[in-house]
Design a protein around this ligand. Sequence first.
Ligand code: EPU
Length: 433
Amino acid sequence: MIKYVIHGGKPLYGEIDISGAKNAAVAIIPAALMVDGPCRIENIPQISDVTMLLNILKEMGASVRTINRSTMEIDCSGIRKAEATFDMMRKIRASYYLIGAMLGRFRSAVVAMPGGCNFGGVRPIDQHIKGFEAMGAKVTLLQGGLINCATPNGLHGASIYLDVVSVGATINVMLAAALADGQTVIENAAREPHIVDLANFLNSMGADIRGAGTNVIKVRGVTQLHGGTYSIIPDQIEAGTYMAAVAGTGGDVLIRNVIPKHMDCISGKLREMGVTIIENGDSIRVIRSGPIRRTNFKTLPYPGFPTDMQPQVSTVLCLAQGTSMVTEGVWDNRYKYVDELAKMGARIKVDGRVAVIEGVEGLTGAPIRAMDLRAGAALVIAGLCASGVTEIDGVNYIERGYESIIEKLQGVGADIQAVSFPDEEAASPREVG
Ligand code: EPU
């Protein structure tokens, strides 16, 4: 088992390069299934969620060629069957994007229900199904947690109003609609940067999608998508995580390869907390030398403050002067990391979706466990800020979404190592993302 061992309490100085966006990559890779011919995809992050999705496509018959560290050529022309390897699908939530992609290409899909959950209780997919059904799909749950989608009368465009703003449902419906007959209109659509990135990818392969980035997306179905080259956007949440790390430890770090506009919702909050943020082209310089100021925030769909940054910024607020209030507006229960922070001396009270954080003078290193991806990133930040030694296990979660996190943090002066320990306490892998 690997643990991260952090000797904390050191400010961070230097430069960090941001990788391609995980949540764009995990939508674009399944989308490659719909394309006739090779797709060259650049700026793919090297994270285990990506590896798993590529393995699923390979098992289905795709050819995947590594061009260089972050560029792959994926050719799914050889795939003949709308059926994915069920065990692998259950390991990664985003594998459900294969449903939309298979429906578009094959007009049918047999997939495993995305398995497990680690925050928010059951993560429903009713809005995905509602969208597919509006387009003519018959969706049935088979024994063993399999989902069967058939289209006895074809797959046609439809008008779909999502009851909740759902990233996953917006993406899945957009995928199916790209190759459906006629026009689909998705209302109350999610507006996250990775939705725009997926639309740009599909459009560059011949799709006709308009309005991505607004809450009404219009997709005119085309008969075929052709191969091409596409570069994934930088990861907003990875960049935000390193910004929060500097906010917590203090220091001065240049974060390169970002789209500053995507960072506005995070930068604004960090500025309120006393952090200086200077945008310059595709870089952001983050400086924190004075005290951390208290604040309140609520997570919301984009362009609101992202739920995927809630644990990291809440962790920094543990060290603020005064009491802060955080409201989780997207997931029911995304505060599991709070008990771990308490072991380090944090004072947080959670009541339902609200956390009240009383700032303390300092955190103290302790053995702690990551419970999911972003909670894991938050614990790394806590360890970097704390005095003494912090040991984090469950780091497999963190490696699902952060490329080379150890090397990137070491590059700005953090004392963090991945260390092998005997296996008996290993956390069992569950689903994230
Ligand atoms: N919801 C429904 N019905 C649905 C779908 C969603 O009620 O059919 C609800 C959910 O229960 C939740 C809310 O709608 O309360 C938003 O869920 P959404 O569908 O937007 O989430 P997701 O697509 O499952 C993606 C990201 C998550 C991120 C959320 C919200 C990927 C692979 N995952 O999940 O990212 O938290 O959007 O922004 O894109 C992460 O990267 O760590 C992560 C968990």
